[in-house]
Design a protein around this ligand. Structure first.
Ligand code: GLN
Length: 484
């Protein structure tokens, strides 16, 4: 049952071939059997899951089922869940039980999904490997000596191992797409404002966006449909109507124009990864798409701009964790300053501290113009590059990351090298555009992801393009042998 698509599970539930309770029990048993090796879950909510599944079974019996009623899923532990620990991968929030649901969680609850638990992640979503989690690193199901990517590494690993059929993720600079690529699953970062950020713990508010992760584009379409849409509780949420993402699946891609940015295929891209991407693009040619080279000339400025803007926003967002209102508080503080200093020193890990220091520095008077303002100007140039190219082609394709999943333990020793591996993903967040990662083969025995970047609010088209590719290939159906 863990290899079925959402449409297949829906059919089985509707025909009463399986109950939602049985489905939940199946996945809970797999989590128990396999997660000790992976560490993809921070919390498993067995009792709540079985209760929700029972309610879903009643709803199905009463004839009120929606497309996701009775379907299990798991949330990245960055989404607030009423009555369930929401840690954000940090010691700071190890004792935090959210008093409300994030809008995404609330909507998916209303749709009748069954939450299996909360997924591991880099601390406060800062990282590219899921190794900065207070709860220890998650492992890659394809190779337990490799990282699953980050920050939504728990989501990607749990999907690849068949521990959940659906997962939520968030993407500030690649955190949905890159772990999806490293684990051979499918993920979509929506247009900024497409999905509510209410109750999603903030990292860098002008870049953060929640989105669906699954084993296929079709399953992502079902999940996005239930997550997306205007929310009065998030002032940056778009009022644009939500398209029917599953309606367009299967449309022909003949005549589609694809741009390959010269800058995404240059120095630093692993040769075997490049070969897999070339093969995937050739498949689109066979499907009738027209491919041409394009240029995003400011691409190389994206990393320096992102690693000023994201930490600047993070230093402001994380100031609320002061030992008073939320989370960890040090023992026996001698005064208020001691309370702040020791609570934050003990509660945050080293990557988070590094970001807060970079951000506070970039925002300080005297440096603001030189760093933060400059970075904002670069951000505009990058958005303009995309706007120009996407008026000439329908979508942009390229690699998600310059290499496959690195070995565990290598990245945190050299954070700057880790930041550089975000080169193909962060520009998309700076421009606020939607982008997907879909499985496109293997290099050095580890999965490779193809990135598809689209115009603002063109999620339906991206999902269809990905779906067409998945009808023609079977990379997304590959399963790591140890978790079959
Ligand atoms: N690796 C990037 C960072 O550390 C992106 C993380 C994310 O998208 N949340 O900031």
């Amino acid at each position: 049952m863990h290899q079925q698509s959402i449409a297949e599970l829906r059919g089985m539930l509707d025909r009463r071939e399986v109950s939602s309770v049985e489905l939940a029990q199946h996945f809970l048993a797999r989590i128990k059997a396999h997660d000790p090796a992976l560490n993809s879950f921070i919390s498993v909510t067995e009792d709540e899951a079985l209760k929700a599944a029972l309610a879903a079974d009643h709803r199905i019996a009463a004839g009120h089922a929606e497309p996701l009623t009775g379907i299990p899923l798991a949330h990245k532990d960055i989404f607030c869940t009423l009555g369930v620990k929401t840690s954000c991968g940090s010691r700071m929030l190890d004792n935090f039980v959210a008093p409300y649901n994030a809008t995404v969680v609330e909507r998916l609850n209303q749709a009748g999904t069954v939450m299996l638990g909360k997924l591991n992640m880099d601390e406060f979503a800062m990282g590219s490997t899921s190794e900065s989690s207070f709860y220890g690193p998650t492992k890659n199901p394809w190779d337990l000596s490799a990282v699953p990517g980050g920050s939504s590494g728990g989501s990607a690993a749990a999907l690849a191992a068949g521990l959940t059929p659906l997962a939520t993720g968030t993407d500030t600079g690649g955190s949905i797409r890159q772990p999806a690529a490293y684990c051979g699953v499918t993920g979509l970062k929506p247009t900024y404002g497409r999905v509510s950020r209410f109750g999603m713990i903030a990292y860098a508010s002008s870049l953060d966006q929640g989105g669906p992760m699954a084993r296929s584009a079709e399953d992502c379409a079902w999940l996005l449909k239930a997550m997306a849409g205007f929310d009065a509780l998030d002032s940056t949420c778009s009022e644009q109507p939500v398209e029917d993402y599953t309606a367009k699946l299967g449309e022909d891609v003949a005549g589609l124009t694809i741009g390959l940015p010269r800058e995404y295929f240059g120095e630093g891209l692993d040769g075997e990864v490049a070969r897999a991407i070339d093969e995937a693009v050739a498949e689109f040619r066979r499907l009738g798409a027209e491919v041409r080279e394009v240029s995003l000339p400011n691409s190389e400025l994206a990393i320096p701009a992102y690693y000023v803007i994201a930490p600047a926003e993070a230093s402001s967002n994380l100031s609320r964790f002061d030992g008073v209102r939320f989370g960890h508080r040090c023992e026996a503080p001698k005064d208020l300053v001691d309370l702040y200093e020791r609570s934050r020193a003990e509660g945050f890990g080293s990557e988070v501290k590094r970001r807060i220091m970079i951000g506070a520095y970039a925002l300080s008077s005297g440096y603001y113009d030189a760093y933060y303002l400059k970075a904002q100007r670069i951000r505009r140039l990058i958005a303009d590059d995309f706007r120009r190219v996407l008026s000439e082609v329908d979508v942009i394709m390229g690699p998600v990351a310059p290499h496959v999943a690195p070995d565990l333990g290598t990245s945190l020793k050299d954070p700057v090298a880790m930041y550089l591996s975000d080169i193909y993903t962060v520009p998309v967040n700076l421009a606020g555009l939607p982008a997907m990662s879909i499985p496109a083969g293997f290099a050095h025995g580890r999965p490779v992801g193809l990135q598809i970047i689209g115009r603002a609010f063109d999620e339906a088209r991206l999902l269809n393009i990905a779906h067409r590719f998945q009808q023609a290939t079977d990379w997304h159906r590959q399963i790591p042998a140890a978790f079959a």
